[in-house]
Design a protein around this ligand. Structure first.
Ligand SMILES: Nc1ncnc2c1ncn2[C@@H]1O[C@H](COP(=O)(O)OP(=O)(O)OP(=O)(O)O)[C@@H](O)[C@H]1O
Length: 312
């Protein structure tokens, strides 16, 4: 029978291809690639070209990721804690990171986003959340050592749940046979945003350039500030007193000029011609604080897209 012979030959060809090239199926399905390198030039270009007003975050994130991902034997997973007011780019930069590690970016099955108010809304279910989180992290890292776990709204997460993540961030070689040392944990929080703003404002009042702010100006301010703040999510957190966070990354409040950059980027992203009159109009519509100086956009760039929907 010609049809039966064709099916047999086809099956044999597929099987031969599969056996002689075991990663054949990776063309159709995303495979675990523990050795997959970071797209360093892509990350640098994205941070420089798309991410505005955050010279410190740009530098720390690039250095931390490049160093971690070129280290063949890291002693612990990478833990970054991003702090700043709403709309300053914490989720945005997390997406940039995911895009430059995994081909499918945030849609990769190795990227896991947890949003405190969505995934862990009720304190009464705390034990259940802890168990689920534990199982989820362990299960995924067992399948593939290189995972990216992003925890948004850390300031709204129960401190006990945060402490439950602690064993995964430790300097252990492995826990019950699973090594977490190649994974990346990113924590996003508004906690410390007030301290960051105060520092930037003081700097401005002294007549200094924002771009001269150094990471050292912020690291202890943030870690001590959130450790001692009951509402930060990190209140007396063992992640801090055991030094398990590798970098505290400050997100500075965005100024009028940065808001304009966001508007221009959004117009270009939508394939629209850049209309500078509209750019100024939308930027002026945003509200700025403190009341006297009107320096920083109180929603960062967060409402830019919605405002453009209205005008475009
Ligand atoms: N620094 C920035 N550079 C470029 N675009 C930005 C920046 N900050 C914010 N945006 C734009 O604003 C949108 C909202 O920002 P994003 O969600 O990253 O803020 P966030 O800091 O995570 O806020 P929240 O604390 O409320 O979650 C982004 O999708 C991006 O388009």
């Amino acid at each position: 029978e010609p049809i039966t012979i064709s099916i047999a030959v086809g099956t044999a060809a597929v099987l031969t291809g599969y056996l002689s090239y075991p990663r054949f199926y990776c063309y159709w399905s995303e495979c675990c690639e523990p050795e997959r390198p970071l797209n360093q030039s892509g990350l640098q270009a994205d941070l420089r070209g798309k991410f505005f007003g955050q010279h410190l975050a740009q530098e720390v994130i690039y250095r931390a990721l490049s160093g971690f991902m070129t280290n063949t034997n890291p002693k612990k997973p990478l833990a970054l804690s991003l702090h700043g007011w709403s709309g300053t780019g914490k989720n945005f930069v997390s997406k940039i990171i995911a895009d430059n590690i995994y081909g499918l970016g945030m849609n990769s099955k190795f990227v896991h986003l947890f949003v405190a108010t969505h995934h862990f809304p009720h304190d009464s279910n705390l034990q259940q959340y802890k168990d689920q989180l534990h199982t989820w992290i362990r299960g995924n890292v067992t399948l593939c050592p290189r995972n990216l776990f992003i925890f948004d709204e850390m300031d709204k997460m129960h401190p006990e749940l945060i402490n439950a993540i602690k064993p995964f961030l430790e300097y252990y070689d492995n826990i019950d046979g699973v090594s977490y040392r190649n994974s990346i944990f990113i924590f996003l929080s508004n906690g410390g945003g007030d301290l960051i703003t105060r520092k930037v404002l003081d700097f401005w009042t002294e007549g200094k350039q924002r771009e001269d702010l150094q990471l050292q100006d912020f690291e202890s301010v943030i870690s001590l500030g959130i450790f001692n703040n009951q509402k930060s999510g990190f209140w007396h957190s063992s992640l801090i007193d055991k030094n398990l966070i590798d970098f505290f990354v400050p997100f500075l409040p965005l100024e009028y000029r940065h808001v304009k950059q966001c508007i221009i980027a959004e117009m270009q992203h939508r394939g629209k011609p850049v209309n500078m009159e509209l750019v100024e109009k939308v930027a002026r519509e945003m509200t700025y604080y403190p009341k006297e100086q009107k320096l920083f956009s109180d929603k960062g760039c967060k409402t830019v897209s919605a405002k453009l929907d209205f005008y475009l």
